[in-house]
Design a protein around this ligand. Structure first.
Ligand code: AMP
Length: 282
């Protein structure tokens, strides 16, 4: 596996693949890799027929709305490289902030994401998706993959990126891969290593509540269901920020089951000082 720190070196490596129009899979990450990330790499390298799989590790400062969150973000680069090589990755880009955002280059992305950007994570993390759109567009321009692999774990992010790719007419297919979970149901996340033992025991309640929501939807209104979910999370010692049901395609929040053919339940909750998100198609 090759490790590149410079954009131009990665592009020189990829040139023969571009010349022959070969499929290239790309997995952007912020590092501190776990099996969720690696499942994306494996899908690209072993399941799909990409001839080359590239991953990036870049903790993007522009998508953090709190400086302390950026500072506390876990970083385990040496371990990450070993895991990526084992998962079948051919090359990794680990760029500096200046490589991604060279001084003088206007990288800002101005797209109206409408509901996709203004609800849930968009409402609770102001500016977050502008930062995501900015970094993903820049990374896609750098890597020029044919296939992009992203996790359902960040459901809203995948829809935002699909819209970005569509808006800029990038010839890239965006693949949404299933959420990988711990045995007790907790969605894998780089942030999980910051959970205290007590909150690590409490955190799987997020998944349980999503599962319960799937059953409750038969018997309760959307409003009752959301209230039940929020109070279950609170009773279990978590601090929910939102529990919302939305149209799985547009992310418009729904008030009645008949409002959407497919419904996604999305949740953000604090486990101590760690903010966790999860979702489920119900
Ligand atoms: P991050 O490093 O958090 O930016 O995540 C990089 C990619 O890995 C994103 O597309 C995430 O959605 C995906 N990802 C993170 N956690 C999981 C998980 N538990 N299952 C599947 N994909 C995941």
């Amino acid at each position: 596996m090759y490790l590149f720190k410079r954009v131009r070196d990665l592009q020189a490596f990829l040139q023969p693949f571009y010349d022959k129009n070969r499929p290239i899979g790309f997995v952007p990450t912020m590092g501190a890799l776990h099996d969720g990330h690696l499942s994306l790499v494996r899908t690209s390298s072993k399941v799909a027929n990409n001839v080359c799989t590239i991953a990036s590790i870049f903790v993007n400062p522009t998508q953090f709305n709190e400086a302390s969150d950026l500072e506390k973000y876990p970083r385990t680069p040496a371990d990450d490289l070993i895991k990526l090589a084992k998962a079948g990755c051919q090359a990794v880009l680990m760029p500096s902030v200046e490589e991604v955002y060279p001084p003088g280059l206007d990288t800002e992305v101005e797209i109206d994401f409408s509901k996709l950007g203004s609800v849930m994570e968009g409402a609770h993390r102001p500016g977050h998706f502008d930062g995501v759109a900015e970094v993903v567009k820049r990374l896609l321009e750098i890597v020029q993959p044919t296939h992009l692999y992203m996790g359902q774990k960040d459901y809203q992010q995948v829809l935002i990126v699909r819209k970005l790719v569509e808006t800029f007419r990038m010839p890239i297919s965006v693949e949404m891969c299933p959420i990988v979970r711990e045995k007790d149901g907790l969605a894998m996340s780089s942030r999980n290593i910051r959970l205290t033992p007590d909150y690590r025991i409490k955190a799987p309640l997020i998944y349980k509540t999503l599962q319960d929501a799937k059953n409750w939807i038969q018997a309760f209104s959307i409003d009752e269901l959301s209230q039940k979910a929020l109070s279950q999370l609170e009773t279990g010692g978590l601090r929910p920020e939102y529990f919302q049901l939305a149209n799985a395609q547009t992310l418009e929040l729904i008030t009645d089951q008949s409002d959407a053919k497919q419904i996604v339940a999305c949740v953000a909750a604090w486990a101590g000082d760690v903010r966790l998100i999860d979702n489920m198609i119900i």
